[in-house]
Write a protein that binds this ligand. Structure first.
Ligand SMILES: [Zn+2]
Length: 500
């Protein structure tokens, strides 16, 4: 059997001022044809899973394009036209194929299309006709009717931090095989409760998300249920469908698919109030850290998570650290190419005066005037050893470790969410020996940091991924939706919301 694959992956934060052009894809990952095998064969990633699934069944896998950019603003028309063209041309050039297995994200927005995955699936469907079209998605996917109608099977990650991409890739190939053998006619139930959870509370390692996943996994044990997806959604794509979704895929049984999807909807709605979040004020957290004798305490700057499209140059926490006089910690990280250049010019061991961070927009704090000692300079490359994307390459670009008021501050020329401890260790920093660690991340940091953390504190920082969703100027999300149309004092809720 010959299987074609392709990827356009981007989590678009339409409020971000960083425009997503082709260069943003080149900076992260833009691979053609067999380069896919060089980068992903043997890795614990969705593409690694698709490769392995095909190997197991002796299928020939034909890669087209693999394009992934760090989350940022709307994708330019030019970039999307090029990438979708690459996928479609690649499929045409592949000639006789038996199925398509794509790896997509599900929260991509371009200047022309509010739902790029719907567009990709529709165009690929036009090419593959009635042959199987299966795709994997992120847990932050905002599913749309166009996506559901055009793919035979849609499989989302079950985890956040995303540590099951590989397994979902293998699953996608296995279900494709079942279709190719005539043993599966997929029927899908699709339901979307009016719920828009913030990122923190999408963490699948604890209630309430864990409750929904448990239910989904128990449904997957039922006779004739093939796969169940729970998606928490991504608010900042700001499309009508943004938010939570459920997809239940059964073998030729629409009624069961619909009723199980409705069951998940009802369960989610019944526990919606548990999806509210209450992060800790920065000053309160820093006082607690100052008084603690054991470390490291991991503090998450959840408002400035580049994995959700923020600039990662926010300064609120660094400023508070300096003001409070806290020492002995590491901050991962601040994106500031000019600061790295200035530090490189001075060289290791020398002091450099900087206006650090806060350059991109006015939502993440002002630049801070600091005098820093250049501790280390690096090419910023490392290989992930933790549970996320194990074996895959990470790249922070040229990087400087700066000592600022007794703390190590990692400053980079590329944005990268700190989710693997090799980020520190590749720079000669042992994170477990630090008094505290500050990460610009919402949830992904947990996978690698939890085992070394004495404690984890989510900081109530301003920024483009703040859980205070009511503070954003969303224009297109369907309304009413929980918790936007909800009295934040907790006294009353819009009545219409109580009757789904
Ligand atoms: Zn995600």
């Amino acid at each position: 059997m010959r299987i074609v694959t392709g990827t356009i992956s981007h989590e678009t934060n339409v409020l971000s001022t960083i425009k997503t052009d082709l260069d943003e894809f080149r900076k992260r990952r833009l691979y053609y044809g067999d380069e896919l095998f060089d980068h992903f064969e043997g890795t614990k990633t969705p593409a690694g899973g698709i490769i392995e699934g095909c190997n197991q069944h002796d299928y020939e896998l034909i890669p087209t394009v693999f394009a992934s950019a760090t989350p940022s603003g709307t994708i330019t028309k030019e970039a999307f036209d090029k990438l979708i063209g690459d996928i479609l041309d690649g499929i045409k050039e592949a000639g006789n194929i038996d199925a398509a297995v794509l790896h997509l994200h599900g929260a991509g927005v371009s200047e022309e299309y509010p739902d790029i995955e719907g567009k990709v699936l529709k165009e690929v469907r036009n090419l593959v006709g009635n042959r199987p079209l299966v795709a994997t998605f992120d847990l932050h996917a905002n599913y749309t009717k166009e996506m559901i109608d055009n793919a035979d099977i849609l499989i989302g990650y079950d985890t956040y931090p995303h540590i099951d991409g590989y397994e979902r890739g293998v699953e996608a190939v296995n279900l494709t095989k079942k279709m190719l053998e005539g043993k599966l006619i997929p029927t899908k139930g699709f339901k979307q409760p009016p719920m828009l959870p913030a990122l923190q509370v999408q963490f699948t390692g604890k209630y309430p998300m864990s409750r929904l996943l448990e239910e989904a996994h128990s449904m997957e044990e039922y006779e004739g249920v093939e796969t169940v997806t729970v998606a928490a959604g991504f608010p900042w794509s700001d499309i009508p469908e943004a938010g939570m979704s459920f997809i239940v895929t059964t073998n030729n049984n629409q009624e069961t698919a619909d009723s199980l999807a409705q069951k998940l909807y009802d369960l989610a709605w019944s526990i919606r109030r548990d999806f509210l979040v209450s992060p800790t004020p920065i000053s309160e957290a820093l006082k607690h850290v100052a008084a603690s004798t054991e470390g490291p305490i991991v503090m998450a700057d959840i408002g400035d998570n580049p994995g959700g499209g923020t600039p990662e140059d926010g300064t609120f926490v660094l400023k508070a650290l300096i003001d409070e006089g806290l020492t002995g910690g590491v901050l991962a990280l601040i994106w500031d190419p000019h600061a790295v250049e200035a530090a490189s010019k001075k060289g290791i061991g020398n002091n450099v005066k900087l206006k650090l961070g806060g350059h991109t927009d006015n939502l993440h704090g002002e630049p801070i005037h600091v005098e820093a000692r250049v501790k280390l300079l690096s090419d910023g490359k490392f290989i992930n050893k933790g549970p996320m994307g194990t074996g895959s390459k990470s790249d922070m670009g040229k990087t400087a470790v700066l000592e600022i008021n007794g703390n190590d501050v990692i400053v980079t020329t590329k944005r990268l969410q700190p989710l693997d401890l090799q980020l520190y260790r590749s720079l000669g920093i042992e994170p477990s020996e630090k008094k505290f660690i500050i990460v610009k991340s919402s949830v992904h940091y947990r996978a690698a940091h939890k085992p070394i953390a004495k404690e984890i504190i989510e900081l109530d920082t301003p920024g483009l991924t703040s859980p205070r969703l009511a503070g954003f100027d969303f224009k297109n999300i369907r309304r009413p939706i929980f918790p936007l149309d909800f009295d934040m004092l907790g006294i009353t809720e819009l009545k219409s919301l109580d009757e789904p």
